[in-house]
Design a protein around this ligand. Structure first.
Ligand SMILES: NC(=O)c1ccc[n+]([C@@H]2O[C@H](COP(=O)([O-])OP(=O)(O)OC[C@H]3O[C@@H](n4cnc5c(N)ncnc54)[C@H](O)[C@@H]3O)[C@@H](O)[C@H]2O)c1
Length: 263
């Protein structure tokens, strides 16, 4: 039980990586607050976890809205001391995000609002709770797009680069309170988001795209990222602060894609 009696808030925990983390953290003894915009998946995550005799509460929350996040953390505060904030929710607006010269202003603002402003809102209300608890762990979520250049998703990329930078400043600023801030940079994890953004089709069995890019030659699973999040959430990572850890099968270090294709 690596998170026994810990309270954890996970954004976007209805589906994908956030959902896998919610289920894993709950199995490790934590009480999970599922801060999720989509009611159906939020309630489903809560039901799945509580159905196993573990603890979870779904709070409908739009992480791009200050008021919504403020109300969510008021509920979290009533439950007891907060130990973990996992900023996971994001969107990738396939077909709307793109070259900076093509993105419409409302799309740019929406992506910045959900992917980046969310971290501002959540940290604003969660950090005082983490301080009150005597410390804890903040896990941010970037992407390979935050550390290498990926064309045609400039709004998404901007938010993920900012998330990397913000992780480092939060780690510097709040370490003195025993709050560690780290960041996971996933890529090619088999979730709805990737289905929508995979240029070679929406089938995870269709391996052309992934063969080209990942040295491991396969998709990652949400649970593989959740295991890393569990490490960062728990005391197992007690001296790790300010790191950006890729969970990407090696995509980010795979420089020469042309050679990989020939091999
Ligand atoms: N899957 C990958 O390969 C991959 C790659 C790079 C980065 N990431 C990052 O990992 C994180 C999780 O991605 P995923 O693949 O699990 O995505 P996903 O689309 O499967 O899940 C995202 C979740 O966030 C929720 N969400 C969206 N907007 C929200 C809002 N305004 N308020 C609250 N919740 C909201 C969605 O309803 C959904 O449950 C994201 O930050 C994403 O950018 C994933």
């Amino acid at each position: 039980m690596r998170l026994a009696n810990k309270i954890c808030a996970i954004t976007g925990a209805g589906k994908g990586i956030g959902r896998a983390a919610a289920e894993l953290f709950a199995a490790e003894g934590a009480k999970i607050f599922i801060l999720e915009f989509d009611e159906k998946s939020g309630f489903d995550a809560e039901k799945t976890i509580t159905g196993k005799g573990q603890q979870a509460v779904f709070i409908k929350c739009d992480v791009s809205s200050n008021d919504s996040v403020k109300a969510a953390f008021a509920c979290v505060a009533e439950a007891g001391p907060l130990h973990v904030l996992y900023n996971n929710a994001s969107v990738y607006l396939n077909g709307k995000d793109g070259l900076i010269t093509d993105i419409e202003p409302d799309i740019w603002s929406r992506v910045i609002g959900i992917n980046l402003n969310s971290i501002y809102h959540c940290c604003r209300y969660a950090i005082p709770l983490l301080q009150k608890s005597g410390g804890g762990s903040i896990i941010n979520t970037a992407s390979s797009a935050g550390v290498i250049g990926i064309p045609k998703c400039d709004a998404y990329t901007a938010t993920k680069g900012a998330t990397v930078a913000l992780t480092r400043s939060l780690a510097s600023e709040f370490g003195r309170y025993g709050i560690r801030t780290n960041c996971i940079a996933p890529a090619a994890i088999a979730t709805d988001m990737v289905k929508e953004s995979n240029p070679d089709g929406d089938d995870f069995d269709s391996v052309a795209f992934i063969n080209l890019r990942t040295p491991l030659r396969r998709w990652g699973t949400p649970d593989e990222v959740a295991q890393l999040a569990l490490f960062l959430a728990s005391d197992d990572s007690s001296y790790i602060n300010g790191t950006i850890i890729a969970a990407d099968g090696g995509i980010t270090i795979n420089g020469d894609l042309a050679k990989v294709k020939q091999a």
